[in-house]
Design a protein around this ligand. Structure first.
Ligand SMILES: O=C([C@H](O)CO)[C@H](O)[C@H](O)COP(=O)(O)O
Length: 210
């Protein structure tokens, strides 16, 4: 089980300073969609240049032109890139093909997919690396969480690795770990903590313990 730190509400210098505090506890650093909107793919390059030993995920939430957008993220140094599960199969296939060419990985974000089990099976057959259940900020605001959805994709997915995101905190981590995803994504649960290193270290300890 790996730990991904999601950076969403920071600029590049603050993001780099934050990662310095927790770099020994995380496997992947996510450049979140809001950062990409604010700063562009330069943020991905800056993070990869600062931490070449960490994997960097570009949360582009690709919806169309999969091959082209993966190519641009790869040029910026991303190791993993997100594509939306609600996209057309052709978009996901194009993304997978380009990612394989560039030795990169695709994480499909299942945010807002209506029939999760059915779509997870379909996406799994397209050769993606990760399938991720995700309760977005707007759904978190009305009290939703991704725990049931994680159990659903664990049943449906046989090829891809599984991932989970959306409001995960140290207190709710044990419920996530019980379902044994391959990747746990934590944003505000670490970035909003007073002692970020202590929280990230404890999350890593619990994840490694399994
Ligand atoms: O993908 C995300 C969100 O849609 C904003 O782009 C977040 O990175 C993801 O939800 C993880 O962050 P937390 O919910 O704060 O853990």
């Amino acid at each position: 089980m790996k730990l991904q730190l999601a950076l969403d509400l920071v600029n590049i210098p603050d993001g780099i300073a934050l990662v310095k505090e927790v770099e020994s506890y995380v496997d992947i650093v996510e450049i979140g969609t809001p950062i990409v909107i604010n700063e562009g793919l330069h943020a991905v390059k800056a993070m990869k240049d600062a931490f070449p030993h960490l994997e960097v995920l570009a949360d582009l939430k690709i919806m169309d032109a999969g091959g082209y957008e993966i190519m641009k993220a790869a040029e910026a140094g991303a190791d993993l890139v997100t594509v939306l599960g609600v996209s057309n199969d052709m978009t996901i296939k194009g993304a997978v093909e380009e990612a394989k060419k560039q030795s990169k990985q695709i994480l499909v974000d299942m945010i807002n997919v209506a029939d999760l089990e059915k779509r997870a099976r379909e996406v799994d057959a397209l050769g993606v690396d990760y399938i991720c259940v995700h309760t977005g900020y707007d759904q978190q605001a009305i009290g939703e969480n991704p725990f049931e959805d994680l159990l659903t994709i664990k049943r449906a997915v046989t090829n891809a690795k599984t991932a989970v995101a959306g409001g995960i905190k140290l207190e709710t981590l044990p419920e996530v770990i019980k379902a044994a995803p391959d990747l746990v994504i934590v944003g505000g649960g670490i970035t909003g903590a007073e002692d970020k290193a202590a929280v990230a270290s404890e999350i890593q300890r619990l994840i490694k313990q399994g």
